[in-house]
Design a protein around this ligand. Structure first.
Ligand SMILES: C[S@@+](CC[C@H](N)C(=O)[O-])C[C@H]1O[C@@H](n2cnc3c(N)ncnc32)[C@H](O)[C@@H]1O
Length: 385
């Protein structure tokens, strides 16, 4: 575990730059004594070389990735016998407990593209290694106990121009599953996306002591993600916990003791407002024991002002995603923005607007525009002054 490994941290397409901000900040908080070697950043993720144990720990620390893969081979292959041969010689022993893994395959401009044949070559190669170097009984026992688990590691095969990378998932269920029981209202935003958008909203404003306001807070995702941004996640399991490398690791307690949660000092107050009584009840359950206040209010009719150093983040209803579309149009978004400025005079206002409305803002009032997909729908997160 003291050795280094290469990890690929996956993000929603186009948002890896904000993931990098979180990664650097939290690396400095938790691992300042060791180097974070960033090998590349592309549209879909960040490739890093770090101590193997630290790579596993990132699952507990980071809030914005989709998942984290450990990458252990990169080679050229243009035929299946060569692929099988390469696979049968990889160091599966440290990572596999005798299971025949699921395979996720993707190929671009490569001779080997038939996903069924790729899957077969991978599985056969791994089984060949099990035959030559039988898996130890203690790992087979671990498999027996956990064989129904959802998070047994999946192998990721990616081929681009016949260069094949083989990785193994360290995460399991997607990272946005925080483990804590969360009740969701209509069209909630994924926790990992909420975390990335919060990073975008607060980019380059280092000062602490803001009030975060979500005027259409639904089940409270933005507020919870901001409040728990530095909470270490021990509320769920991860795929790496099924690797022999981890099963044999003697210092698990020291590992968990070394990862300590801290409070998010960027915000002093968290206020959510919501129009729907049923959703408010869920939000109140979700935010019990947190410094978050959720109250009933119709943003467009409210007269309750909040003075101070405010940041506002809002994901208004989408029409297509929440039913009736008729009232959701550019005029609606303009009214929402005017009302927010009137009530809260925010330092920054981050708002998600579907691209179908073709909204645009003057350069002078806009800090950033960040296009992404929310539940498959093309949307833009506008950050306004
Ligand atoms: C797309 S959802 C936001 C989801 C939220 N970000 C979450 O993750 O749960 C929009 C929310 O705005 C609420 N809403 C709609 N119109 C409102 C209004 N005029 N004032 C306050 N809330 C409103 C809806 O009830 C819904 O919960």
């Amino acid at each position: 575990m003291e050795d280094n490994s290469t990890f690929y941290i996956i993000y929603p397409l186009g948002l890896a730059d904000f993931g990098l901000i979180e990664l650097k900040k939290k690396w400095a908080m938790h691992f300042s004594e060791s180097p974070l070697e960033i090998l590349s950043v592309d549209e879909g993720g960040i490739l890093i070389n770090v101590k193997t144990l630290q790579g596993f720990a990132l699952n507990h620390i980071l809030k914005s990735p989709t998942r984290i893969l450990i990458r252990f081979a990169e080679f050229k292959a243009k035929d299946f016998p060569k692929l099988f041969n390469k696979i049968s010689k990889l160091p599966w022993k440290s990572f596999m407990i005798g299971a025949t893994p699921e395979v996720e395959a993707s190929a671009t401009n490569s001779k080997l593209f038939d996903s069924r044949k790729i899957e077969k070559a991978l599985k056969d190669g791994i089984l060949e290694q099990y035959r030559k170097q039988p898996v130890k009984k203690k790992y087979l026992d671990h498999f027996e106990v956990n064989k129904q688990a959802e998070d047994l590691p999946t192998v990721y095969y990616r081929a681009v121009d016949d260069v094949i990378t083989i990785s193994l998932d360290t995460t399991g269920e997607l990272l946005h599953k925080r483990g804590e029981k969360i009740f969701t209202g209509l069209a909630p935003i994924r926790e990992s996306l909420a975390s990335l958008l919060l990073t975008a909203l607060t980019k380059n404003i280092e000062q602490d002591s803001y009030t975060l306001i979500d005027p259409m807070s639904g089940s409270g995702t933005f507020l919870i993600e901001a409040h728990d941004a530095y909470k270490i996640n021990f509320d769920r399991t991860f795929s790496y916990q099924h690797f022999p490398l981890w099963i044999d690791y003697a210092q698990k307690k020291q590992f968990s003791d070394s990862l300590v949660s801290s409070e998010n000092t960027q915000f002093d107050n968290y206020y959510g407002f919501e129009i729907n009584d049923d959703v408010i009840m869920l939000a109140v359950k979700n935010t019990a024991n947190k410094k978050i206040q959720i109250k009933k209010a119709d943003l467009l009719k409210s007269e309750s002002r909040i003075a101070g150093n405010n940041l506002v983040i809002i994901n208004p209803p989408y029409g297509i995603r929440v039913g009736d579309k008729s009232d959701i149009n550019p005029e609606f978004y303009k009214k929402v923005i005017t009302k927010i400025r009137d009530l809260y005079a925010p330092v920054r206002l981050g708002i998600i607007i579907p691209d179908e409305h073709r909204m645009s803002f003057q350069g002078s009032e806009m800090v950033a525009r960040i296009p992404f997909k929310n539940g498959g729908l093309p949307v833009t997160f506008f950050i306004l002054k």
